[in-house]
Write a new protein. Structure first.
Lengths: 74, 475
């Protein structure tokens, strides 16, 4: 993918339609520059995280361990 | 009851006020009356509050006075007036997250942190203004009014906990709670000249708090001194059976270790990042602060964090996607009820690919590992809290260097996003002023559950400086 992610209002509208979000032309045009800029930066991060030495890095995740009542403990 | 004047009452720190209530030298009624008078005088302009519970606060203050007179103190906050950010639930009182979408929500239970504050004797004065749903850093709120910085009402108070920062700085309350996802406790603390702590993720319960981004949200204390923050933090910290995200790690004696000094401690700076891309007055203030810590016996050491540069993109990705998931239904059903800026951010979050989100979450693992390695070689890592001083109200861009305008949201999280992504504790405290008299904050980032060490360093710094003693004009 190219470094600079330039998005048109039509591109944004298509993405939104795929996400089930109804955006008119004006709204799509309003968010296109910011979305393009953030996606460009994200591409750089994607490349960093795709380098071979980071192949085994797993995502941060939230593991929750609710307390177990004494009568329910194995 | 006492002969203390209103001005003197308002100057008391949280700790001083609590100690005087305990000694029956000051009445909670006097403290609440003084705070309400200050709110009445300033808040039409500053818009720090979205709700003030005048009647309830006075009723509770009278009860607290009676209890104190009988020698019965509920806890370390007995009789002191505090404020809560409006995304923290209070039983029976409207909690809106400063939004229209939640405009009619009346919680049936207190948030855990609110219950703990009440249990420790605090009197809740009201709810503070915030960036709508905490998604933004300016507290320019279309539903509740534009919150303004008491040091210069034409400047912004930052956010998202802007109202809490302003209320504390303007002496409208003894302390406040904020919430911090990408920096929302630390940023308003810095630009309003107060102290704010982002705790380790999982140290403080989020039960009853309207979420922004689940994997980074935490409640944090905001006050005028490090000692006050420690006192407040000791009350709200700890495991909560109602929030499975909280850790079963013992709560330390945060106030007890404040006087231990910094002799022999190692203060880390990150070459190529701590002092890069920052306005000169901010850089110079943080450098002077490091000099003070060295004079107190600490040692400044360099700590390499090789991939720290990627943090802003990761922050924006995570902080976009998670809120958009939470708001997905409302964004489709009631889009017109959001402010324009928040609506746009929520729409953007819908359009970021899941693979980007997961790469950002993988980056967090990488960054956390590098920071934990670095924190083996240093007792904390120092950054400016934000790379610029308060900008004008309503501005959406900022100039940091070379006359280049940058997007506010990206620029404001340059330093605070680091601890947020890594789930680490971070303390922001005042370290100077720019030529216009606007406050500057520095940030100490520590290892997980090492809040006590950060507070100890901050207390040593405040013991040697007086930035935290200055007040905005008229306050």
């Amino acid at each position: 993918m190219a470094d600079e992610q330039t998005l048109s209002a039509a591109d944004v509208r298509d993405l939104a339609r795929a996400a089930g979000l109804d955006l008119d032309d004006a709204r799509a045009a309003a968010i296109a520059p910011t979305l393009g800029s953030w996606l460009t930066a994200a591409q750089q991060l994607n490349r960093l995280m795709s380098e071979p030495e980071r192949r085994d890095v797993t995502p941060i995740a939230i593991f929750q361990h609710p307390p177990v009542a004494p009568e329910e403990q194995p | 009851m006492s002969t203390t004047t209103t001005a003197e009452l308002l100057r008391l720190t949280l700790s001083e006020a609590a100690e005087r209530v305990a000694a029956r030298a000051v009445s909670p009624v006097e403290l609440v009356d003084a705070a309400l008078e200050r709110i009445g005088a300033l808040d039409e302009r500053l818009r720090a509050f979205v709700a003030v519970y005048e009647h309830e606060a006075r009723e509770v203050a009278r009860a607290a006075e009676t209890m104190a007179a009988a020698g019965h103190l509920l806890g370390p906050l007995h009789g002191v007036p505090i404020a809560l950010k409006d995304n923290i639930a209070l039983r029976g009182l409207r909690t809106t997250a400063a939004s229209k979408v939640l405009g009619d929500w009346i919680p049936e239970e207190d948030a855990t942190v609110a219950a703990r504050l009440k249990g420790a004797g605090a009197i809740v004065l009201g709810k503070t203004n915030m960036h709508e749903f905490a998604w933004g850093g300016t507290t320019d709120n279309p539903h509740w009014g534009t919150c303004r910085n008491p040091w210069d009402p034409e400047r912004f108070p930052a956010g998202s906990s802007g109202g809490s920062g302003v209320a504390v700085a303007a002496r409208m309350c003894s302390a406040a709670l904020g919430t911090d996802t990408g920096g929302s406790v630390r940023l308003p603390s810095a630009v309003n000249g107060i102290v704010g702590l982002r705790p380790t993720i999982g140290r403080v319960s989020n039960r009853g708090v309207v979420p922004l981004a689940w994997s980074m949200d935490t409640v944090g204390p905001m006050a005028r001194t490090v000692a006050d923050c420690a006192r407040l933090f000791g009350v709200i910290a700890g495991h909560d059976p109602g929030d499975a995200g909280t850790a079963q790690v013992p709560v330390g004696d945060y106030a007890g270790g404040l006087g231990r000094g910094v002799e022999g401690l190692r203060i880390g700076v990150v070459p190529g990042y701590t002092f890069e891309h920052v306005q000169p007055p901010v850089r110079e203030a943080v450098q002077r602060a490091l000099g003070v810590l060295e004079q107190l016996g600490a040692r400044v050491v360099e700590v390499e964090i090789p991939h720290i540069e990627g943090n802003i993109s990761a922050q924006l990705t995570v902080e976009s996607c998670e809120p958009s998931a939470y708001h997905q239904h409302w964004l489709r059903e009631r889009p017109q009820d959001y402010g324009e800026d928040v609506r746009q951010l929520l729409e953007i979050g819908e359009l970021i690919p899941a693979t980007h989100y997961l790469q950002a979450q993988r980056y967090r693992t990488l960054l956390r590992g590098e920071l934990l390695d670095g924190l083996e070689r240093a007792d904390c890592v120092v950054f400016p809290t934000l790379p610029f001083t308060a900008t004008g109200v309503g501005e959406t861009s900022v100039v940091i260097e070379d006359g280049v305008e940058e997007d506010m949201l990206s620029a404001i999280m340059q330093y605070t996003g680091v601890a947020s992504l890594a789930g680490l504790p971070a303390l922001s405290l005042p370290c100077g002023f720019d030529a216009d008299g606007m406050p500057i904050g520095m940030q100490l980032v520590g290892a997980p559950f090492e809040e006590a060490r950060l507070l100890r360093i901050g207390a040593a710094y405040q013991g040697a400086t007086d930035h935290h003693e200055r007040a905005p004009a008229g306050c």
